[in-house]
Design a protein around this ligand. Structure first.
Ligand code: ADP
Ligand code: MG
Ligand code: MG
Length: 252
């Protein structure tokens, strides 16, 4: 059964239409990769799916197991299992990583079923070890003063602790050196499951050497213009996007 279904989605920011009829269906257990030139609307897609208030949906639909996602608020989407590892994670002063994650977990678990502090700390310590993160990061304000690579690892830490069902990774590979990339990819691969799906946005085929996608899509001018398997990513890496434009008669 389809899990996440996006149909003819149109959305804009500050009156400018960015998503122009975006279609994609992601089933349980699948990994989809989206590649595309800069400014084509990949991050807009991610933010629109998460319900970021800056993005206005004009038309189309998004459903998760038949439930209308566009009707849900930001918190409800997170509770429904949607998760975004952001391209540019924001810094939040006054909220530590541990505070943030514990309240997110407890929101998911519901009142009367909160995770014990000991159990939470053990869980966090274990995940941080997997990600080769300094345990100190638990007590630091969210992303404040983190390097680019630390922010990305921290996004993956959130993913591992929250165990979402639909995981969107927006250029998680940017700012990561090869060793960090392998650590992050191992974290992602450890979370692959029949009832969990991934949407991986990336510029580089390199990441897809470590996280094997089932489908690769090319996004241009606010929609998917071409789909294939991993071989499509390899061709894009080798040849760029011009041949896709030529094939489809797309002009810049
Ligand atoms: P990508 O992630 O594919 O590089 P984005 O979704 O970030 O693309 O951006 C798509 C388009 O939306 C770009 O033309 C960008 O300039 C525009 N855009 C993004 N954020 C804003 C904003 N806050 N205000 C106006 N335009 C924006
Ligand atoms: Mg970009
Ligand atoms: Mg982007």
């Amino acid at each position: 059964a389809p899990v996440l279904k996006i149909q003819d989605l149109r959305s804009s920011i500050e009156g400018k239409e960015i998503l122009k009829g975006f279609n994609l269906e992601i089933k349980g257990g699948e990994i989809h990769a989206i590649m595309g030139p800069n400014g084509t609307g990949k991050s807009t897609l991610a933010s629109t799916l998460m319900g970021h208030p800056k993005y206005e949906v004009q038309s189309g639909s998004v459903t998760l197991d038949g439930e209308d996602v566009l009707e849900m608020g930001v918190d409800e989407r997170a509770l429904a299992g949607l998760f975004l590892a952001m391209q540019y994670p924001s810094e939040i002063t006054g909220v530590t990583n541990a505070d943030f994650l514990r309240s997110a977990i407890n929101a998911r678990r519901g009142e009367g079923n909160e995770i014990s502090l000991i159990k939470f700390i053990r869980q966090m310590e274990a995940k941080m070890k997997e990600l080769e993160m300094d345990p100190q990061f638990m007590h630091r304000y969210l992303n404040e003063g983190f390097s680019g690579g630390e922010k990305k690892r921290n996004e993956i830490l959130q993913m591992m602790v929250l165990e979402p069902r639909i995981i969107i990774l927006d250029e998680i590979d940017s700012g990561l050196d090869i060793d960090a990339l392998k650590v992050v990819a191992a974290g992602v691969n450890a979370m692959r499951a029949e009832d969990r799906s991934f949407l991986i946005i990336t510029h580089y085929q390199r990441l897809l050497n470590y996280i094997k996608p089932d489908f690769v899509h090319v996004m241009m001018q606010g929609r998917i213009v071409k789909s294939g398997g991993p071989e499509l990513a390899e061709r894009l890496e080798a040849e760029g996007y011009d041949w896709v434009k030529a094939e489809l008669g797309i002009e810049d």
